[in-house]
Structures are given as C-alpha cells and as structure tokens.
Design a protein around this ligand. Sequence first.
Ligand code: SAH
Length: 273
Amino acid sequence: MIDDSDIQILAKYMPQFPTGSVWLVGAGPGHIGLISAMGLFALKQADVIIYDALVNKAFLQFIRADAETIYAGKRGGKPSSTQQNITDAIVKYAQQGKRVLRLKGGDPFVFGRGGEEVEALAKANIKFLAVPGITAGIGGLAFANIPATTRETNQSITFLTGHDASGIIPSAIDWSNLAKGAQTIVMYMALKNIGEICDRLMAGGRERHEPIAFIRNASLPDQQVWQTNLAEASEFVQMHGITPPAIVIIGGNIALRSRVIDYALPFYQQVSG
Ligand code: SAH
C-alpha cells in the first residue's frame, strides 16, 4: 500500500505547486486507481479543488481537511455560459493566492475544454501546469478488454466527438473521407447522433456488419459493455437504453474481446469487465 514514505519519494520528483497557480489535472475515466501519481500529489497539496461531473467523488477523500471543494457540474447540452462561470471561478481563486486544482475527467485536453481554461489563465497572468490523464477513449477500452490496436486489425485510431458546440453532428468532419480513411474509430459523446453517424459511415463505404461497441461508465463499478453492428446500432442503443457517458468504438479490434473475456480479472473486488 501507499504510505507516507512513498509520498515523500514521489514528492522529490514533483514540480512546485506555487500559491496563486492552477494545476489542470486529468483524473482518468473514473476508477480511483487511474489517476496519475502527479494528480494524487496535487490533490494532497491544493487549497481549492474545482471538479467536474464526470470526476469520481471518491478522489475527494485525498484532499486536505481544510481544502475547499467546488462542484463544477456541467453535462452535455447545457448552455456554454456555465463554462464561463467555471473559468471565472478558477481565475478568481488563483488571484486570491490559492493553489487551485482543476480536476477534470479523463485527460484535460481531450474534448474537455482544457485549452480554453489555460488560455483564460494566460490572459489573466496566472501560471498553470497541465497534468495529463488517461482519456476515456483509451482507458475505457482496456477495462472492456478491447485493445485500441491489434496488429491484425488496425494501424491507426481516429478519435472524434459525436456533436459539436451546438449539439449537432460535427459538420467540420468529412464523414465520407473518414469512412474510407479511418480504421478504428473511437467516439466521445456520440450516442445522441449515433444513427446519423452510422448512416454517414455506411454511405461512405463502411460495412453494415462492421462491429461497434459501447462502453458505459467505463472503469466504474457499474461499467457496461455492449456490441452490435453499424446497421443495427441506432435501434440497439434505443432498445438497451444506453445513456451517457459512453465511449463508442467502431472497428475490427473489437472482435478480440470475446476471445479473452473469460480470462479477464475483475478491476474491482466484484465486477468483471
Ligand atoms: N476529457 C474527457 C472527455 C470529456 S467529454 C476524457 O479525456 O476522457 C465527455 C465524454 O467522454 C462522455 O460523453 C463520454 O463519451 C466520454 N467519457 C468520459 N468518461 C467516461 C466513462 N467513464 N465511460 C464512458 N465514457 C466516458
């Protein structure tokens, strides 16, 4: 187990967390074991922790007794003015001379608006450190026993979001070219537009029978994994009532899962992936 002497060792390698600065930390997809040592260190140091809806509340057990916590819950589809409030709060606490930990789900710079937050900090003359996290589109696959790549199936991965700032299917993506050029596709926030996404991919030449998998609440105790094919995906999501947060994967690499699943150890004391 990790004790104080381990923390002392880690501390030797950690950068400064100066007062009046912000650490933007990725917490990983949810499992408490998937935060980085640097993130854990930041939790123990921070004066203020501003955390998102997708961050596991169990992390708050690590914070100092006198630290302040702020829930910055914001789920898809809500007005973007909320992001402004979050950014304002981060700036405000840093300007008060606090060590601010901005804890975000997954990786802060993957579909997480971390870029906007550090730009706001730069504008306000506030120093920051961006600490990477395990993004759901990678970490979620491991606990579902779906390798992101296998030599036989794919030499590339494409990450995309299923909706843009206004909630509609991103028009900046050339779906026809994507269908032809991409191998494995890993999609965030893709449930809402799943029918249209699959239609466009099939129109662009993807096979109707190509496997598609859904991982809901990846790495959490109630993780669920489903598999179907592109042609049936939309109806499947409806029928099984699959709701966010979920990662959607399209590609031949999904097939390996069924060959190994019986040998996968559980990632909690009870649950298996
Ligand atoms: N920065 C985050 C992504 C934030 S966008 C990251 O790097 O993972 C929010 C989307 O991420 C969700 O709608 C879902 O598509 C995905 N996501 C985040 N956590 C997840 C989880 N535990 N299980 C499944 N999907 C998740």
